[in-house]
Design a protein around this ligand. Structure first.
Ligand code: ADP
Ligand code: MG
Length: 326
């Protein structure tokens, strides 16, 4: 059991596919263990073993996860939800001390991802095109007057996720109303073009970007890619590689990019498996396999762009049935 490659997936929720992919790729060389704070998280029941844990903001949570890792000889741990990523990054050493590798970028990099305005400043500072953004609405109004920016615009929370409270806005009155009722909003130029999602893996040993899978988003639903088609684009591969190198990401990331008038604009990064990742996996880009190679001590070969173009993904619902023994 000592050399088994057990993997722990935290806050697995409804991400059954991710649990299944790890099981498939481990080929019996280790177990997939999943946690969630709700016993009604369906993905728990696809894992080899599961634990119901407290909510991540409860005191002592990290210690509980650490003891699960220790007792179950966990080699790698990852989380599927945003607020937990920094918890893993900040406690990296405590996990490493017990032989568990957190599959996540460094804490400072994770922090940048969760503040869309800071990400925007970071992109500008490093010479990448990004979406013109404002957190000060008066500054925005001034730029409207001087013709630098115009309606429609996109208003969203600086620290938002899952497309919650996103608005396309066409008038000053609407912006005033939104800003009166919500804190921490940002105003962005409306990107009228094509939106892409890129699933990337940065090797945890070599620190090289070894996988990029690009999909054009056709339809979004509840903040997730619902329908998409795979695309290949050398210019975009190069841009993504350069961006990753400058930012220092590690492990899995999911990048949102817009193309407007032939130019690419990096929008945001989720430093975890994106909701649309099944498209990449089913197209042959197996990030779970790359993680397993890394924890076995092997460097992954570069497979950037090694997938077919024109492959469509369409999501649909499934159900999990579970009977208590009570
Ligand atoms: N500036 C923008 N212009 C046009 N559409 C946008 C803009 N910003 C966001 N969107 C749309 O809203 C969705 C959610 O916004 P995003 O910034 O990715 O936040 P999150 O995914 O964290 O909720 C995007 O996938 C995109 O479809
Ligand atoms: Mg997004």
């Amino acid at each position: 059991m000592n050399d088994s490659m057990n993997i722990l997936i935290l806050s697995c929720g409804t991400r059954n596919k991710i649990v299944q992919y790890f099981k498939t790729e481990l080929k019996g060389r280790g177990k997939v263990i999943a946690t969630d704070c709700s016993e009604l998280a369906p993905a728990l029941y696809d894992a080899d073993k599961h634990f119901i844990v407290p909510r991540m903001d409860e005191e002592g949570y990290v210690d509980i996860i650490l003891s699960i890792c220790k007792e179950n000889n966990i080699k790698a741990v990852l989380s599927l939800i945003d607020p937990e990523l920094n918890l893993l990054a900040e406690n990296r050493q405590a996990f490493l001390d017990i032989g568990t590798t957190p599959i996540v970028s460094e804490s400072d990099v994770v922090e940048i991802c969760f503040d869309k305005y800071i990400m925007c400043e970071f992109l500008i500072k490093n010479g990448f095109k990004t979406i013109r953004s404002y957190i000060d609405k008066e500054e925005f109004y001034k730029d409207v007057e001087s013709g630098i920016v115009d309606y429609p615009v996109f208003v969203k929370p600086v620290k938002g996720s899952a497309s919650i409270n996103i608005n396309k806005v066409s008038a000053k009155e609407e912006i005033d109303l939104l800003f009166d009722n919500h804190d921490n909003l940002m105003i962005q130029e409306f990107m009228d073009g094509i939106e892409y999602g890129a699933d990337c893996y940065i090797d945890m040993i070599s620190n090289e970007t070894v996988a990029i899978f690009i999909k054009e988003k056709i339809k979004m639903r509840a903040g997730e890619t619902d329908k998409s088609v795979s695309v290949k684009d050398d210019k975009l591969f190069e841009l993504i590689k350069k961006f990753i190198k400058v930012s220092g990401f590690k492990g899995i990331i999911d990048i949102d990019i817009f193309k407007v008038d032939g130019e690419y604009y990096i929008s945001e990064v989720n430093p975890r498996f994106g909701g649309g990742y099944p498209h990449g996996y089913e197209s042959g880009v197996s990030i779970p396999k790359m993680i397993i190679e890394n924890i076995a001590g092997n460097i992954n070969e570069n497979v950037i762009g090694k997938y077919d173009e024109g492959v469509y993904m369409m999501k649909y619902n499934e159900v999990k049935i579970f009977k208590t023994t009570k």
